[in-house]
Structure formats: C-alpha cells, structure tokens
Design a protein around this ligand. Structure first.
Ligand code: FE2
Length: 199
C-alpha cells in the first residue's frame, strides 16, 4: 500500500489555544506530508510494497532505517491527530480505561505524572506512549520515529515530543505542552477504541 496523508479530523484552529492553527498547519501539512512523500519514495523497491502500514513498520525496523523512520512517523501521526480533540483531556476516562489505569498504573494522578515524566525524559526527539503489553497498560517512551509496535506492545495513546509539535506555542517548555496535552486535548474515546482493539 502506498502512504497517503489523511485530513485532520478537525479544523486547524480547533485545538487553540493549547495547540495553534500555525502549529497544526506546519505539523500536518509540512512535516507529516514529508514523511508520506519520502516514505513512498523509499517503499518503492523495498519488497514491502504489498504490506499494511503496521507490517511495514515492524518489518523495516532494524533493517531499513530510512524507510522505518518515515513509515513509523506516518503511523504515529495518523493516530496522533485522532488522539486529540477540542475540549478533550482531563479525568473523564471511559470506565474500562479508568479501572485499568487504577489497576495497572496506580491511578489517574500517577498515570498523568508518569506520562509527563516519560515525555520530558525522552532526550531529543521522540514520543511518550501509553501502550498495552502482555494485557497490561504500560507507559513507554521512544526516540525519533519508533513506537511500541517494535517493542512487542500496542500503542493506544501517544504524544509527539518533537520540537515541531510544540516550539511555536510553548518554545522550549516541553512540560507545559505535555500538561496541556493531558489536561485539554486527549481524545479518550479514540484511546478506548484502540484499547479495545488491542485487548
Ligand atoms: Fe510530529
């Protein structure tokens, strides 16, 4: 399959003031588009052309770094747009996720603190994740275009901590961006959808 840039599932200004239209225009139209364009160039002749995106990510990992970087970022961003919504975030987790957060992660407050710490602690570019591994929720962090798929886990929530995701709105204040992501932007309905698919 060739890669295609999906439309944002909301208007460019829908997430303001937490994520500006300017950030989304650059991030979606320029950065994500570049991963799609470059990914398609690298996919041609790679031997993985007929595979699903998830398969391309897993099978190129450790073998074809340029393709992996672009395919990984394409996968990550497809979901990242859907992991956010207007008036999202906060403690309004759907019931199944709330109880799982309590049993596996020590409750919402600990999840919030640990997710932010993962994002802040990712040196350089990368992602903070909530993933399902061996039936349990786990907080992870990965560098660059990596994601939990290549570590035997299924991502159900991810926050892009590349500077292109926050520098216009927060400058170097990555912790403030992560707080706004959790408190004001997470689309918990989509997290639940991915959790149910992973379970
Ligand atoms: Fe990004």
């Amino acid at each position: 399959m060739s890669f295609e840039l999906p439309d944002l599932p909301y208007a460019y200004d829908a997430l303001a003031p937490y994520m500006s239209a300017e950030t989304l225009e650059f991030h979606h139209d320029k950065h994500h588009q570049a991963y799609v364009t470059k990914g398609n160039e690298l996919l041609a002749g790679s031997g993985l052309e007929g595979k699903s995106l998830e398969e391309i990510v897993k099978e190129s990992y450790g073998k074809n770094a340029p393709l992996f970087n672009n395919a990984g970022q394409h996968y990550n961003h497809i979901h990242f747009w859907k992991w956010m919504k207007k008036d999202g975030g906060g403690t309004s987790l759907p019931g199944a996720l709330a109880s799982k957060t309590d049993s596996d992660l020590g409750g919402y407050d600990k999840f919030r603190a640990d997710f932010i710490a993962a994002g802040v602690g990712q040196f350089g570019s990368g992602w903070a994740w909530l993933a399902v591994k061996d039936g349990k929720l786990e907080i992870m962090k990965t560098p660059n275009g990596e994601n939990p798929l290549v570590h035997g886990a299924t991502p159900i929530l991810g926050c892009d901590v590349w500077e292109h995701s926050y520098y216009i709105d927060y400058r170097n204040a990555r912790p403030k961006y992560l707080e706004a992501f959790i408190d004001n932007m997470i689309n918990w309905d989509y997290v639940l959808e991915m959790y149910e698919a992973a379970s």
